[in-house]
Design a protein around this ligand. Structure first.
Ligand code: NAP
Ligand code: MG
Length: 452
């Protein structure tokens, strides 16, 4: 079976690729299982060296990877370069891991007790279409660094950069079977990557719906899972904040990647005393956002990923709730203007459900307790922002909001050296930073008797 890969900025076909089926998935899992014993036996320093070489090869192809992502995913060229650079940086960061997978020596009676961090075996990494390169890297890099072998499935809509990364891995000298990319349908190939008995762990990023199903299926084999799911994160703006800055930055906290970001701050909570003033400041910031051809160096926002996604997004936009909108190109491609909606009760569908598009809802709150209550009134808990000049308040609210990644006077959530993941139904486990290695290793305890 073949599959057309579409450029979302033009709706034109970029290329046609073969789609893998169940037998291809099984063959790839077999190769991954066969490659595992030799890969885990590679000396730690050599495994580290191979990862650094892979990072260098990615760096040498950074522009090519970025251009592929602009074409396949409609990401702005600035974002796409950052994303390819993130793969390189994650490789470099975890290239130090093989030599630092420390165990412990624990005092016990009658001997010596040691712990080891053992790899798991074959790991399935299943990723969505919204950030094809970084999310793939956050899964496969720590997994292979820890000595596992990986099968990576990109989303059907966005396979091109993952396929290229697999070629670059071989070019860098990674042994065959250590990192394989298999492009196929989620329900077919993805399903087998979850149920196959040789797969020991599934690292999934995507919708809460599919993630829930994968977790249930994984229970059968007591397989490990890491889940990074949806979000409906709050951007909480207090009256004592630098209001001009909070309003100027708010569009970037939600409209980046056309809002197709699990960390999008898609609920803005504004203290009632500054609510009107905040909206006055927000309007020009939204109207001035440069929504244009993502290949242009000036572009700040590109199209949505598909016609279907545009329909879903539009279904949330009730005309009488629109405060104001920015602009977007007309003509071919899946464009949608940045849109600001007003909420009243916090019960509205647009306030409660993940939209995954350039739509943000705004709601006033009264005081700190009210802000925390409203921020937590969701089953999600991935990211969030707090704008205030009061340090004590910043810390109180940061501790009060049930979410995995908070930023104060900023919208940044992702650094390769710090942990990333969700509370509540936004996920399970942590990626990136020092914690990710826990997700790809098992602790083994060995007691050695020293008595005669
Ligand atoms: P999705 O439908 O859950 O798909 C994610 C991946 O799972 C795709 O590769 C998909 O393949 C595959 N898949 C689908 N059904 C499967 C099954 N039954 N078994 C195994 N794999 C299966 O999500 P999406 O529509 O691509 O992405 C949007 C969602 O992802 C949003 O809800 C967003 O919040 C979430 N997301 C979360 C994070 C995070 O880090 N927390 C990051 C990005 C996105 P196909 O493409 O072939 O269907
Ligand atoms: Mg889907």
């Amino acid at each position: 079976m073949r599959h057309d890969v579409i450029n979302p900025a033009t709706a034109g076909v970029i290329t046609t690729i073969p789609l893998a089926g169940v037998e291809d998935a099984e063959a790839a899992i077999g190769r991954a299982a066969a490659a595992y014993p030799a890969w885990r036996a590679v000396a730690p320093a050599d495994r580290g060296r191979l990862l650094r070489r892979f990072a260098e090869v990615v760096d040498a192809h950074l522009e090519e990877l970025a251009q592929l992502e602009v074409a396949n995913s409609g990401h702005t060229i600035g974002n796409a370069r950052w994303e390819a650079g993130n793969v390189r940086d994650v490789l470099t960061y975890y290239s130090a891991a093989p030599e630092r997978l420390f165990g412990r020596q624990i005092p016990v009676a009658g001997g010596i007790d040691l712990t080891f961090r053992e790899p798991l075996g074959v790991v399935s990494v299943i990723v969505p279409w919204n950030f094809p390169m970084p999310i793939a890297g956050w899964g496969f890099v720590p997994a292979i660094a820890a000595g596992n072998t990986v099968l990576l499935k990109p989303a059907e809509l966005t396979p091109l950069t993952a396929l290229r990364l697999a070629e670059l891995a071989l070019e860098a000298g990674l042994p065959e079977g250590v990192l394989q990319v298999i492009a196929g349908r989620g329900s077919v190939v993805g399903g087998r990557m979850v149920t196959h008995p040789a797969v020991r762990k599934i690292c999934f990023t995507g919708s809460t719906e599919v993630g829930t199903r994968i977790m249930a299926q994984a229970a059968t084999g007591v397989k490990r899972v890491t889940l990074e799911l949806g979000g409906k994160s709050a951007n909480v703006v207090f009256a004592d904040a630098d209001l001009a800055k909070a309003a100027a930055q708010a569009p970037y906290g939600v409209f980046d990647n056309a809002g197709q970001d699990c960390c999008a701050r898609s609920r803005i909570l504004v203290q009632r005393t500054v609510y009107d003033r905040f909206l006055e400041l927000l309007e020009p910031a939204v109207r001035n956002l440069r929504v244009t051809d993502p290949a242009s160096e000036q572009s700040e926002m590109g199209p949505l990923i598909s016609a279907r996604q545009r329909e879903v997004v539009d279904s949330f936009v009730e005309p009488d709730r629109v405060a104001f909108q920015g602009s977007c190109p007309s003509g071919p491609g899946f464009w949608y203007p940045p849109t600001v909606l007003l909420a009243e009760t916090g019960e509205e569908r647009h306030w409660r459900e993940e939209i995954f598009g350039p739509v943000v809802s705004v709601l006033p709150f009264d005081d700190e307790a009210d802000a925390i209550r409203l921020a937590n009134d969701t089953e999600y808990g991935l990211s969030g922002s707090i704008w205030t000049t009061n340090l004590g308040r910043a810390l109180r609210v940061a501790r009060g909001v049930e979410t995995g990644n908070l930023s104060v006077n900023s919208h940044s959530s992702v650094r390769y050296s710090t942990p990333f993941g969700g509370f509540k139904q936004s996920g399970l486990g942590r990626e990136l930073g020092p914690d990710a290695l826990d997700s790809f290793t098992e602790v083994k305890n060995v007691f050695i008797a020293t008595g005669e």
